[in-house]
Design a protein around this ligand. Sequence first.
Ligand SMILES: [Fe+2]
Length: 257
Amino acid sequence: MFIVDKISNIEINTLRKCYISYVGLDPKKNTIQQALDFSKTLSNRTPNGLVLPKSGSEASFLRMQKKFYEIIFKKKILSYLKLQNCLVHFPASIRIASDNSKRNYDSRIPHFDQWVGEPNGLLILSLNLYQEKDGACLQILNSSNIKTAYNKKLKKFKKLNIKIKPLKTQNIGEVILMKDCYHRTFGGFGRRLSFEARFIPSTFNFGIKKNSIQSKLAGYFPIHFIDMIKEENLKFINSKNNFSKRLYPVDFQLTFK
Ligand SMILES: [Fe+2]
């Protein structure tokens, strides 16, 4: 299942400006291309192009996250997320480059996310904010010829010898919400900027402790969740490159000041 929605040019520009100021440049003087070039030098960027939140720039990071959620929650996808009673996975991933390293899980190989251990029912939302001609984007593929169960965990992606039939290639400004979709990263290794948010059905047992920040975030989804993303209320506690630890439904623990 996938739903395609679109954000306006004004919304695209707003989010691009948020990104430009997050990397420390002036959105009035600098373009998104300059910000993406500058991003190559950032220390809080992973080898596969994720720009991670860092201590000291909470305000601009949270502003960008808040704007992103404000914009996407205005779209028709919100009613679907409400229907599914989803938990939000915070923060949304910001990706500026494509993965060009050799690894077991290369997202350019067609796959279901469950093959790499993602939970069943996971909803992924992807927003393409900027993509050069040779930049990468999300592509949804037809899975009708695939014999392997989508919900199986695979040790490695298997290159399935079948014809790839694209159902949808994402354009700039498009929001794609997908669930249990066969997909891949498509395109070259040029500059791009995308946001990716994850939503997990609240029936999934994460072992969330009562009154924990996770349970608060889950309970506040989605409108109060936006209100909670305020720098004056929240502060990142994992400031020292402790990026590998993954908690559900939030990647990053937040703490009240
Ligand atoms: Fe994937």
